[in-house]
Design a protein around this ligand. Structure first.
Ligand code: KG4
Ligand code: ZN
Length: 335
């Protein structure tokens, strides 16, 4: 099983990748960020339509960049759960059509399983260290997972309400910073004072769970109470204080999970892992505690098909395959 084509359309990135074994030959992602920016979040119907328009050209570009043709493909891996169903079915229909026409195996991949493998995309020679802890922080998910082996995942904790990325996006909308909120808040936070405003942290002691809705509401009240228009330095201080409140909780809880499970490697994956504030703090704390941290480069933090192809490749190596009538699911547990 050498050459695997990956397809990812679960949210607002149309992405296709070609992997040769564990090596990425190409990975192309067409973001719909601009399309959804005016609404301050992803509009599912618009996302699905856009995937329909983008899938064929993105597929062609991925093949061209890999120097591959359809005849070179040995299998197709596709995200089939969880995600926006209208968006998922576009990639899934494309993957089924290709697999059926080429008479090649099809494998459906859980989107979060893709994120778990994203930490190992840039080191294809490295044996994946098991067990390790993964902090998945994306627009839809905030989870701590114990990765015990290939396909063996134990969910330690999850968010009880908003995901970390969702909190970034909602606060960005509140401050009129556009969508996605992560990059905008991260940039402004670098010019602000993280201690400028006192904001709550939900520690949920004794559990590995998270909660960000209280912080979001506190931000709303705080912004309402401030004189308008907000000055640039106040906005920077708000961003820095908010980001610090999110990052502190993520870092401390991830490190605690690593220590309580007695492992030595932590991966931080998903779109929010691209946040420089999170990266700096998790690296600093981990180094002090003797923990190795793996964070993918930004283009593998956000949704991409390379991670889906890699997760699919490991499944195919275990001789797992799906039928050509594979379905898409909006919700599906990882473990
Ligand atoms: O993993 P992802 O691309 O999609 C989901 O699976 O949800 O994560 C998207 C989230 C958004 O909330 C966005 O605000 C945040 O990740 N994000 C970023 C960056 N790019 C996306 N946060 C910080 N820095 C970035 N460069
Ligand atoms: Zn994702």
């Amino acid at each position: 099983m050498e050459c695997v084509l990956g397809i990812e359309t679960s949210c607002d990135e149309t992405s296709v990748a070609v992997l040769q074994g564990r090596h990425v030959r190409s990975s192309v992602a067409a973001s719909q960020g601009d399309l959804h920016a005016r609404w301050g979040g992803v509009v599912p119907e618009a996302a699905a339509r856009h995937h329909v328009e983008r899938l064929a050209p993105v597929l062609q570009q991925a093949l061209d960049e890999a120097g591959a043709t359809f005849a070179d493909l040995d299998a197709i891996a596709v995200t089939n759960r969880p995600g926006l169903v209208g968006a998922l079915v576009v990639g899934l229909a494309g993957a089924k059509a290709l697999a059926f026409a080429l008479r090649k195996p099809l494998v459906g991949v859980h989107h979060l399983e893709g994120h778990l493998y994203s930490a190992f995309l840039t080191e294809p020679e490295r044996e994946i260290p098991f067990p390790h802890i993964a902090l998945i922080v994306s627009g839809g998910h905030t989870e701590l997972v114990k990765v015990e082996g290939h396909g063996a995942y134990r969910l330690l904790g999850h968010t009880l309400d908003d995901a970390a990325g969702e909190a970034f996006d909602k606060v960005a909308r509140l401050l009129e910073l556009g969508y996605p909120g992560g990059p905008a808040i991260d940039l402004l936070a670098q010019h602000g004072e993280p201690g400028a405003f006192a904001l709550p942290r939900a520690w949920l002691e004794g559990t590995h769970h998270f909660s960000f809705s209280g912080l979001k509401t506190a931000m709303l009240r705080l912004v309402e109470s401030l004189p308008k228009p907000l000055s640039a330095s106040t906005v920077a201080d708000l961003c820095a204080s908010f980001q610090q409140a999110v990052v502190e909780v993520l870092v401390r809880k991830a490190i605690r999970a690593v220590q309580s499970e007695r492992v030595s490697v932590l991966t931080v994956v998903g779109g929010v892992a691209a946040t420089s504030g999170l990266q700096q703090q998790v690296r600093a704390v981990a180094q002090a505690e003797g923990i190795e941290v793996l964070i993918p480069p930004p283009h593998y933090c956000t949704d991409n098909a390379a991670m889906i192809a890699l997760a699919g490749w490991f499944r195919l190596c275990r001789r797992e395959r799906d039928d050509y009538d594979l379905d898409a699911y909006a919700n599906a547990p990882l473990a």
